[in-house]
Design a protein around this ligand. Structure first.
Ligand code: CA
Length: 235
C-alpha cells in the first residue's frame, strides 16, 4: 500500500524537492503552504505522516501540532518537524508538543525519506484498513460496504457499517462507548453513550442469529463492546 504524506511548508523550493523525491520513492504526497488549510485537510482525510514547517504565514507549526494532539482522530499521527533554527530545535526536543522527529534545513531528501520510513515501520497503525475482513463467517468488504453473514447479505446503514467495521478491525479489543463515539461518530455529533447501545442493538438484530446471545458483538460489563474473535463457549 502506498503511504500518504502531507507536507505543510511555505517555502516553494523545499516543497518541490520533497514532492519530487517522495513521489520518486513511491509515496503519495500533498502539500499546503498555509497552516489552516493543511489542518483542515488533515482533519478531513488523515495521512500516514505529516511533515510540518514551523514558521508559516498564518499559524505556526507548534500550534498545529498541539491541535493535532488534542484531536482523538489525529493524536497518533506521526509528525516530523522541518526546522531552521536552534531555538526551534530546543522546543522540539523538549517534545511537550509531541513531535516524532525533526530535520534541520537544509536537509537531504534521502535523509528525510529514511526518517519517514523508520517512523512508518515502527508505528503501530491504529486501524489496519483491510479491504475485506472475515471473521467466522462474518464478511465485510470496505470497498463495496457489503456485509454477509455465512454468505447471506445483510443491509446496514453507513453508520452501522462503520461501527461494525471498526470493531471487526480490532478483534478482541474492548472499546468503551466514549471511544466508539470518538472513532465512529466523531466529536462533532451531539450524541450520548446511549446512542452506541442503540446502534449495537440494531447491528445485533441484523447480523446475529440470536441477538440476545450474540456470537459476534460481545458486551463487556462496565467496559464496553468488542468483536469476539472466537465463538463464545456454549453454556
Ligand atoms: Ca517557513
Amino acid at each position: 500500500m502506498r503511504h500518504r504524506i502531507i507536507i505543510i511548508e511555505d517555502e516553494a523550493d523545499i516543497v518541490e524537492m520533497v514532492r519530487y523525491n517522495f513521489r520518486k520513492e513511491g509515496f503519495e504526497i500533498e502539500s499546503f503552504s498555509r497552516g489552516r488549510e493543511g489542518l483542515e485537510r488533515l482533519r478531513r482525510n488523515p495521512p500516514d505522516l505529516l511533515l510540518l514547517d514551523i514558521m508559516l504565514p498564518d499559524e505556526d507549526g507548534f500550534s498545529i501540532c498541539r491541535q493535532l494532539r488534542a484531536d482523538p482522530r489525529l493524536k497518533e499521527l506521526p509528525v516530523i518537524f522541518l526546522t531552521a533554527r536552534g531555538e526551534e530545535i530546543d522546543r522540539i526536543v523538549g517534545l511537550e508538543i509531541g513531535a516524532d522527529d525533526y530535520v534541520v534545513k537544509p536537509f537531504s531528501p534521502r535523509e528525510l525519506i529514511a526518517r519517514v520510513r523508520a517512523i512508518l515501520r515502527r508505528r503501530v497503525r491504529p486501524v489496519e484498513p483491510a479491504d475485506v475482513i472475515e471473521i467466522r463467517g462474518l464478511r465485510l468488504d470496505a470497498r463495496t460496504q457489503e456485509v454477509t453473514v455465512r454468505g447471506n447479505p445483510v443491509e446496514l446503514s453507513p453508520l452501522e457499517f462503520k461501527l461494525l467495521h471498526f470493531l471487526a478491525s480490532h478483534p478482541r479489543q474492548v472499546f468503551s462507548r466514549e471511544r466508539l463515539l470518538d472513532e465512529v461518530w466523531g466529536r462533532d455529533y451531539a450524541v450520548t453513550p446511549r446512542t452506541v447501545d442503540v446502534h449495537i442493538r440494531r447491528l445485533r438484530e441484523k447480523i446475529e442469529a440470536q441477538p440476545d446471545n450474540p456470537e459476534y458483538i460481545g458486551t463487556v460489563r462496565g467496559a464496553g463492546y468488542r468483536l469476539l474473535a472466537e465463538a463464545p463457549q456454549e453454556v
